[in-house]
Design a protein around this ligand. Structure first.
Ligand SMILES: [Zn+2]
Length: 172
């Protein structure tokens, strides 16, 4: 089932999310719903707070090539356990900040530990777009958005555009 995505600014996007103790059937369904919502948007990552659930859960799939097999990843309690000194710059966007993009510098490689949908611990190193995406999504679990990396003026400009968008959507 598709879920509505919250648009910035929203207090729920600024909260530190709670760790998940137990992967219940309900949480597993939530993860499936998040994947459906992400693919439909379309996007390459989605964090639970973006649909108003303040728990540490993210989903991602950075396969973008036409016709390539999807590689959905579901991560409960994801944690960056190591980051490279080398950095990478990507133009980032966010499903909670539609149509706004900006370059963000982040570590080029990160090692991430998480619990998968079956409840098994996993650990993997990500690079390129996957590294940026997983860091962007984990930031969401700590109430941080990609625009928080931008200069205040640019951030305020984007926030104002989003406030306007929300007013327009509320009227529609
Ligand atoms: Zn985002």
């Amino acid at each position: 089932m598709k879920r509505p995505i919250l648009i910035h600014p929203d207090p729920r996007l600024k909260k530190v999310c709670t760790p998940v103790d137990d992967i219940t059937g309900e949480l597993s369904t939530l993860a499936d719903d998040m994947l459906e919502t992400m693919y439909d948007a379309p996007g390459i990552g989605l964090a639970a707070p973006q649909i108003g659930v303040l728990q540490r859960l993210i989903v991602l799939d950075c396969v973008k090539e036409e016709g390539a097999a999807p590689q959905p990843l579901v991560m409960f309690n994801p944690e960056i356990v190591a980051s490279s000194d080398e950095t990478n710059v990507y133009e980032e966007g966010c499903l909670s900040i539609p149509d706004q993009y900006a370059e963000v510098t982040r570590p080029a490689e990160v090692e991430v530990a998480w619990i998968d949908q079956q409840g098994n611990p996993q650990k993997q190193t990500f690079d390129k777009l996957w590294a940026t995406c997983v860091q962007h999504e984990i930031d969401h679990l700590n109430g941080k958005l990609f625009i928080d990396y931008l200069k205040p003026l640019k951030r305020q400009m984007i926030t104002r555009k989003m406030q306007k968008l929300k007013r327009e959507r509320a009227r529609a």
